[in-house]
Design a protein around this ligand. Structure first.
Ligand code: NAP
Length: 494
């Protein structure tokens, strides 16, 4: 199946093949009290499937399984760990159509985008299969020549992962792949809206030969009740979380109890700056990606557009034309570019933010009104003359809305871009190299898209500064988050 347009029978077949239990110690099992939770199709509001709803005791079983598996995965030859990841990469490609359909059904993104995410997610497996065999150490002569220093890099130990619904597979493989590469066992809790993709992925890893207990998946609606005891227990040595900043702060506090290593990939509030020397058509292409990938439900989504006066009319007009031409619908339908938002809460937030901006003087150029149900559809929307203090400019929209504010200078754009507690990514369009470098050096974010609307790449270090997070995922440094450096001082008598 290369494009969408699925039949109900085919969808049912793919859904029926997904395991629905908790994956603990290599076994699929029901939750301790038999509870289940429903997974909904955000395009129709219908229930797709029910999955196990873990109890805190199930969570502790998963921790015990990971703890038991830790010595084995740490001792496994790096080449063997690498080859498991590489086999899982191949299997993802063999199963790409079914995995992408599953993702579209539970998350809503168009089928072509879901396939794109499976490819993106698989690249973490391939990248870290290559990194697994390059973990190095060091040997050094002490400055006084008397001793020798040996440095060894060892797996950090059992890891706890919590992931969001917006990239149900990639946010998982970005953690699981480096953990396996480094020799760490883990427990992952996917988001309750999108557990199916992660459950199917656990089967992929098992089929690729991952030893029992190295990855444990628990689906739970009581996220805090199940995860907090695991984090505070002390047997896990690291937590890696992707999600909102308020939840990240809470988990960081919990991790402090036993001083777990913490990696946090949190919220964003990306600016998209178009200066008056920019190639406007290229900026439009970039804006469509930065804004519309995943229906705007991405931490990297362009949230605020600051466009210099000389090009604002052309940019706004062309962006509205492109946004207005997108086809909205269920992601399984042929030709659909924009699927539903994840749930009622997500849709209501977008409606409120647009209403606030309009009440404060913004103009709607295209879109601006939620579609009637079923499903949680919001049309691609462009707002102009958005006042600087609109909530849209300060909160993550997580929807297909592009608010445009005019700026008169490079400095004004820079100041506006930095006027946020977030610091994940910013985008800048300019043809002037000096200007580009000046801005890149002064923007307060972990990543910058310079004349591009896409920064995500498994071979590059992804992450934020300020309240957007701690640590980096991917790139040469991605595996470091899963390794401890041990130093051995060696007496030397010449
Ligand atoms: P969220 O509400 O923070 O939830 C993320 C995950 O945390 C879910 O699995 C959630 O489960 C779980 N969770 C919530 N409270 C918890 C607790 N007390 N203990 C343990 N787990 C808990 O975020 P979201 O709405 O799913 O995702 C959107 C957010 O993620 C946005 O802010 C976005 O920017 C951010 N994000 C960041 C990146 C990045 O790389 N920087 C990437 C993607 C998304 P429940 O839903 O059951 O509470």
């Amino acid at each position: 199946m290369s494009s969408a347009a699925t039949t109900a029978d085919h969808e049912r077949k793919v859904l029926d093949a997904v395991p629905t239990g908790l994956f603990i110690g290599g076994q699929w099992r029901a939750s301790g009290n038999g509870a289940t939770t429903k997974v909904e199709d955000p395009a129709t509001g219908e229930v797709l499937k029910e999955v196990a709803d873990a109890t805190p005791e199930d969570g502790m079983d998963a921790l015990a399984a990971a703890h038991a598996a830790q010595p084995g995965i740490a001792a496994m030859a790096p080449r063997e760990r690498s080859e498991i990841l590489r086999r899982a990469y191949d299997l993802l490609h063999e199963r790409i159509d079914d995995l992408a359909l599953l993702m579209t059904l539970e998350m809503g993104k168009p089928f072509a985008e879901a396939k794109g995410e499976v490819v993106y997610a698989s690249e973490f497996l391939r990248w870290f299969s290559e990194e697994a065999v390059r973990i190095d150490g060091g040997y050094q002569v002490a400055p006084n020549g008397q001793t020798r220093f040996l440095t060894i890099r060892q797996p950090v130990g059992v890891c706890v992962f919590v992931t969001p619904w917006n990239f149900p597979l990639a946010m998982g493989t970005r953690k699981i792949a480096p953990a396996i590469a480094a020799g760490c066992a883990s427990i992952i809790k996917p988001a309750p809206q999108t557990p199916l993709t992660m459950l199917a992925f656990a089967q992929v890893l098992s089929d690729a030969g991952l030893p029992d207990g190295v990855l444990n998946v628990i689906t739970a609606t009581d996220a805090g009740g199940v995860m907090e005891p695991i984090i505070r227990d002390g047997r896990a040595r690291k937590i890696s979380f992707t999600g909102s900043t308020p939840v990240g702060k809470k988990l960081l506090e919990q991790a402090a109890d036993k001083v777990l290593r913490a990696s946090l990939e949190l919220g964003g509030n990306a600016s998209f700056v178009v200066l008056d020397d920019a190639d406007v058509d290229a900026a439009i292409e970039g804006a469509m990606v930065a804004k519309m990938r995943n229906m705007g439900e991405a931490c990297t989504a362009a949230n605020r557009f600051y466009v210099q006066r000389g090009v604002v009319e052309e940019f706004s007009r062309k962006l509205a034309e492109r946004m207005g031409a997108l086809k909205v619908g269920r992601g399984t339908e042929e030709g659909v570019n924009v699927g539903p938002l994840i749930d009622r809460k997500g849709l209501d937030k977008v409606v409120d933010l647009v209403a606030d901006a309009v009440a404060n003087g913004a103009s709607v150029t295209v879109g601006g009104k939620a579609q009637d149900g079923p499903g949680y559809f919001y049309p691609p929307t462009v707002l102009t003359d958005v006042p600087a203090d609109s909530r849209l400019n300060h909160e993550e929209i997580f929807g297909p809305v592009a608010p445009i504010t005019v700026v008169d200078s490079e400095q004004e754009a820079l100041d506006a871009a930095n006027a946020t507690e977030f610091g994940l990514v910013n985008y800048v369009y300019t043809r002037d190299l000096n200007r580009a470098l000046r801005i890149a050096e002064n923007l307060e974010s972990g990543m910058i898209g310079l004349n591009t609307g896409l920064v995500s790449n498994p071979a590059a270090p992804f992450g934020g500064v300020k309240e957007s997070g701690l640590g980096r995922e991917g790139g040469n440094v991605g595996i470091d988050e899963f390794l401890e450096t041990k130093y051995v001082a060696i007496g030397f008598s010449g």
